[in-house]
Design a binder for this molecule. Structure first.
Ligand code: GAF
Length: 402
């Protein structure tokens, strides 16, 4: 069964009337390079992957919203649309709400705050083949699928960039994770065989052809299976260090600091804050260099930039972990062109750019290296740059009364 079939089967179990229904989907993402730059107004180069979350939707004849998923245990969650404000005004720790349900309900809440809508009651059944909590942005995929669906069903008429902002609002305010906007932008704006060069200050998004398949290359994901959550701990701490650095340097955001400013920053900042700043400043430059190298020399030439990004995240930003480091080292030793952790870190996935003919050797090497270190076996799979969020079957759109 496909993910779409799974979502539709769940929806059919949820509702016994055959009312109008449609299906929308959105992908997870891998970030090629540009990590922890988005909330510093900087640059990132993510791509949407060929793993998606599907939202199958049915219109109800009342003003309630019910969400269910195939990837979380427990009963569906149902609430009056009018009560969403009160729900999300409550401290996340005090809410009687399973964590996963905060994402779809948070989007419903955020969409109403962002646009004039016609909030008819809906049942939403979610299914996904994006691994949860692994740094491939399963959360942005849920937000993307639900925001696309409600944008049509509630006739909000928002553009993909505005919908990405809705997803981020849900994640920041409803879920309580202080993330940037990279994941949602990648999930909405992704294109086949391209990454998206994001300027996170202006929200300009430029498709950047990758040409991996034509060059005989592939991106292999090594999922360490170390789960992470950005609503707690290290992520917020790194964000705070960046803000401290920007304030001490007298700039609006670290985007405004260049590589040439680093010697002055070293004099002004304490040692740890300086290293956090150095990561962001050099990473912004690596993103721009990657785009230039891709255009001039093609994808085989970007490997060293990817690996340098990992070293900077490991040593300066300190968001890697032993499993991610072993994954990167094993991939490189087995012939990968470049490798790095992807996403926020503290667990999750590494990506390796490999010759397609060498992908099996990289997989073997990662599995052997994890076993030798006594780690849980990793999941290893290829991902392909893919299209962003879209309606799959939208019979619903025309049948909803405005
Ligand atoms: C997570 C966040 F959600 C993104 O906004 C980004 O900051 C990323 O970590 C690090 O680059 O995926």
């Amino acid at each position: 069964m496909s993910t779409t079939d799974d979502a539709q089967a769940l929806l059919a179990r949820l509702t016994d009337d055959g009312g109008p229904a449609g299906t929308w989907s959105a992908p997870g993402r891998a970030n090629l390079i540009g990590e922890h730059t988005d909330y510093n107004d900087g640059f990132a180069l993510p791509f949407a992957i060929d793993r998606r979350t599907v939202a199958a939707v049915h219109v109800r004849d009342d003003a309630r919203i019910r969400v269910a998923s195939t990837f979380a245990d427990g009963d569906p969650v149902e609430i009056a649309i009018a009560d969403l404000d009160e729900l999300f005004a409550t401290d996340p720790a005090a809410r009687d709400l399973p964590a996963w349900a905060g994402y779809p309900l948070g989007v419903a809440w955020a969409l109403q705050r962002s646009a004039a809508v016609t909030p008819v009651g809906v049942d939403i059944a979610l299914a996904s083949d994006v691994p949860v909590g692994s740094g491939l942005s399963s959360s942005a995929a849920i937000e993307g699928a639900v925001a696309s669906a409600l944008n049509d069903v509630w006739r909000a008429g928002l553009s993909p960039v505005r919908l990405a902002q809705v997803g981020r609002l849900a994640e920041n305010e409803a879920v309580g994770a202080p993330t940037g906007i990279m994941d949602q932008m990648a999930s909405f704006l992704g294109e086949e065989d391209a990454a998206i060069l994001l300027d996170c200050r202006t929200l300009d998004a430029r498709p950047t052809p990758l040409g991996f398949a034509a060059a005989g290359l592939q991106v292999v994901v090594i999922d360490t299976r170390v789960e992470h959550a950005h609503s707690t701990g290290g992520y917020a701490d790194r964000r705070a260090a960046c803000e401290r650095g920007a304030t001490a340097l007298g700039v609006e955001a670290l985007r405004d600091v260049g590589v040439a400013d680093l010697p002055r920053a070293a004099e002004l900042l304490d040692e740890v804050t300086f290293r956090r700043v150095r990561h962001v400043v050099t990473e912004n430059q690596r993103v721009l260099d990657t785009v230039a190298v891709l255009a001039e020399h093609g994808p085989r030439a970007i490997g060293d930039l990817l690996t340098a990004s990992h070293v900077s995240l490991r040593d300066d930003f300190e968001v890697s972990c032993p499993e991610l480091d072993v994954a990167v080292e094993a991939a490189l030793a087995a012939g990968a062109i470049g490798a790095r952790m992807t996403g926020g870190g503290f667990g999750g996935c590494a990506i390796a750019l490999v010759e397609a003919s060498g992908a099996a050797a990289v997989e073997d090497a990662a599995i052997r290296a994890f076993a030798a270190s006594g780690f849980t076996p990793p999941r290893v799979f290829a991902v392909h740059p893919s299209a962003g969020a879209h309606p799959d079957r939208s019979s619903l759109i025309d049948s909803v009364e405005p």
